[in-house]
Design a protein around this ligand. Structure first.
Ligand SMILES: NC(=O)c1ccc[n+]([C@@H]2O[C@H](COP(=O)([O-])OP(=O)(O)OC[C@H]3O[C@@H](n4cnc5c(N)ncnc54)[C@H](O)[C@@H]3O)[C@@H](O)[C@H]2O)c1
Ligand SMILES: [Fe+2]
Length: 385
């Protein structure tokens, strides 16, 4: 076994309705003036009501910053920091999807005023501490609540990440009742994204370790068993809880054993056509599995046994990988997701441009079990077309 460092958030509270314990948790963290970072949809659906009531019961003053937008740009982060400084908060609560939680992470650092956002992009650039930080996800997908990454949109088609252990929260609350209203298409796409986190963490070439493996396997077991139920019976709390836990475990896995070519090929789809991240992953996943089979089929076969527990799998691991790839094509269809690039109105003539952008994602591609050349990326997109 290689040496490894594994990091995770220390406290996780899971249970339907637990977001109404936000105030109790915040009080335990010594917070007196809490800033909640969220987006307008969360307020509109009344998802914050239990949390704000409980903050009040604990005599904690609270200000809600609700101007987060999907794929948040730098201006949102700066705006949130200014408002948090004016309010004088001493603790931050990210409450929403990955976008809100990512802004909350940076806010907790930048409010200290010691570093500017531009100074902390990249790996381990944060030099100071941060305010107490709690994360309450309302989507089961990104796993951002459990990761040490924050992703910010920096240009028309570009994003940049801040990666630092300082961004790991102090506490996570997993309240599945918050996810009941997530529409089927978002449930499906974000769920597949989380499954890809687990698959890529398990097969990554960098930093793969026994703890991330264990988390990835359990995440896949939970999500494979529950994704269809969560999509088709949105109010099934048991399935919603399993998805939320699965997504967080997958987050812990890929925070310590990073994702690879599926994400590298998915990003250009999001950047150029604004295809949601989970759907972008789903569109390329089966084809990357096939491409990687020559180098990772043994690992994929182990995952196939978890994802398809009732299926008789071939003895040959490459054949099993093919079967797994076929399964994800059928699953996408079954969950109501498109499964070709053509269905997304992408022109075939755009594929070389996409391949060119995908191979720039070396940060991710170095983790892939098989090297991906420009020609390979084009071939994978062509198969996905
Ligand atoms: N930090 C990380 O480790 C990490 C990993 C992957 C992705 N990301 C980032 O996360 C962001 C995407 O996050 P996301 O997919 O969770 O979506 P999101 O936070 O962008 O939210 C998308 C939409 O879903 C709505 N929504 C959220 N919860 C809802 C609920 N329970 N019911 C109804 N509607 C709800 C929101 O109001 C919003 O309109 C991107 O910016 C991406 O780059 C971060
Ligand atoms: Fe992802």
């Amino acid at each position: 076994m290689s040496d490894f460092l594994f990091s995770a958030v220390s406290d996780v509270l899971l249970g339907p309705g637990t977001s109404s314990q936000v105030g109790d948790m915040a009080a335990g963290m010594g917070i007196q003036r809490a800033l909640i970072v969220t987006d307008p949809g969360i307020i509109e659906f009344g998802l914050l009501d239990g949390a704000t009531e409980n903050l009040k019961q604990n005599n904690i003053s609270c200000h809600i910053y609700s101007d987060v937008v999907a794929d948040p740009p730098e201006s949102v982060v700066m705006d949130a920091v200014r408002i948090a400084q004016e309010f004088g908060c001493d603790g931050v609560i990210g409450f929403g999807g990955g976008s809100s939680m990512d802004v909350a992470k940076l806010l907790a650092v930048l409010i200290k005023g010691k570093q500017a956002l531009a100074d902390i992009y990249g790996i381990d650039q944060i030099t100071g501490g941060r305010l107490p930080l709690m994360q309450v996800p309302t989507t089961a997908g990104t796993g951002s609540e459990a990761t040490m990454v924050s992703i910010i949109t920096t240009g028309e088609t570009t994003k940049a990440g801040v990666v630092s252990r300082t961004l790991l929260a102090d506490k996570i609350i997993l309240d599945a009742s918050l996810t009941i209203g997530l529409p089927p298409a978002i449930t499906a796409a974000t769920g597949i994204d989380a499954m890809v986190h687990a698959i890529e963490a398990f097969t990554t070439k960098s930093k793969k370790n026994p703890l991330s493996d264990m988390l990835a396997c359990e995440a896949l077991r939970l999500m494979a068993d529950n994704i269809e139920i969560a999509v088709k019976q949105g109010d099934n709390l048991k399935a919603r809880s399993a998805m939320l836990l699965g997504a967080m475990l997958a987050g812990q896995a890929f925070a310590n054993a990073p994702v690879a070519a599926v994400h590298a090929l998915a990003y250009p789809l999001g950047g150029n056509y604004h295809i949601p991240h989970g759907l972008s992953n789903s569109l390329v996943l089966p084809h990357v599995l096939r491409f990687n089979a020559s180098h990772a089929s043994e690992l994929y076969a182990r995952l196939a046994a978890i994802i398809l527990p009732d299926q008789q799998l071939p003895d040959d691991s490459v054949a099993t990988t093919e079967l797994l790839a076929d399964h994800f094509l059928v699953l996408a269809d079954d969950l109501g997701l498109p499964n070709t690039l053509r269905q997304m109105n992408i022109e075939e003539g755009d594929l070389p441009m996409l391949a060119g952008q995908a191979v720039l994602q070396q940060r991710l591609l170095v983790n892939n079990p098989r090297e991906v050349s420009l020609e390979d990326a084009l071939a994978i997109y062509s198969q996905a077309f």
